[in-house]
Write a protein that binds this ligand. Structure first.
Ligand SMILES: Cc1cc2nc3c(=O)[nH]c(=O)nc-3n(C[C@H](O)[C@H](O)[C@H](O)COP(=O)(O)O)c2cc1C
Length: 198
């Protein structure tokens, strides 16, 4: 209807579980995802929101018809921590706080999913804070990297467009230096570099 090129489904069980008004009805989700994948003429990507997708879950999602995975691993924005700050009771605050470090770290999630599914389109996100992190994500097996929170500050300011472009420009410059110092002439050379050496 809106002519989107793809649909990204985000899976955020922890956030829903510790959110005051959260919806924890995840029953039969995989079958529903399968239906969505069958019905849509565009690729479907499944992502987490900062707690990571591991090899076993990624495999089940791909078997259900999902085209690609964004691991969105632990190490960056934590939505259980966001929900912790939203709680007005000590009990709610305590439960959310217990999950501050929960999840599969982004580097581990990328490595796992790439090893299990060598040809699946893979996005590495969750705590990517520089072009060096981006280079590491790609070297571990991601096809592309993504970042969320670092864009929030620049995008909220007065000169939003310019500020976001400047921020992303720094990522590109850092990625180029990381590739130069790793002896990688292009992204293809960088891709899988760390995985090959494990
Ligand atoms: C303010 C904000 C809002 C976000 N909203 C969504 C959302 O609605 N759906 C989604 O899939 N990801 C959303 N994300 C991104 C993911 O949750 C992302 O995977 C997570 O923030 C980890 O990436 P980061 O460490 O680079 O922030 C949002 C991120 C931020 C910072």
């Amino acid at each position: 209807m809106i002519e989107a090129d793809a649909l990204i489904l985000h899976l955020n069980p922890l956030q829903e579980a510790v959110q005051p008004e959260g919806n924890t009805n995840f029953k039969g989700l995989l079958a529903k995802i399968e239906q969505v994948c069958r019905a849509l003429p565009v690729p479907v990507i499944a992502k987490e929101v900062g707690n990571g997708i591991g090899a076993a879950t990624a495999r089940r999602l791909i078997e259900a018809g999902v085209w690609g995975i964004d691991v969105a691993g632990a190490g960056g924005t934590s939505w259980s921590e966001v929900e912790r700050f939203r709680h007005t009771t000590d009990a709610g605050n305590r439960v959310a706080g217990a999950f501050a470090g929960w999840g599969i770290p982004t580097t581990e999630a990328i490595r796992q999913v790439r090893a299990a599914l060598p040809h699946v389109p893979l996005i590495g996100s969750g705590g990517v804070r520089s072009g060096v992190d981006l280079a590491k994500a790609i070297a571990l097996g991601a096809d592309i990297g993504a970042t969320a929170k670092p864009a929030l500050g620049p995008a909220s300011g007065a000169q939003a467009t310019e500020a976001v472009i400047t921020g992303l420009g720094a990522y590109i410059a850092e990625l180029r230096v990381a590739m130069f110092c790793s002896g990688c002439a292009n992204l293809q050379a960088l891709r899988g570099l760390a995985l090959e050496r494990m």
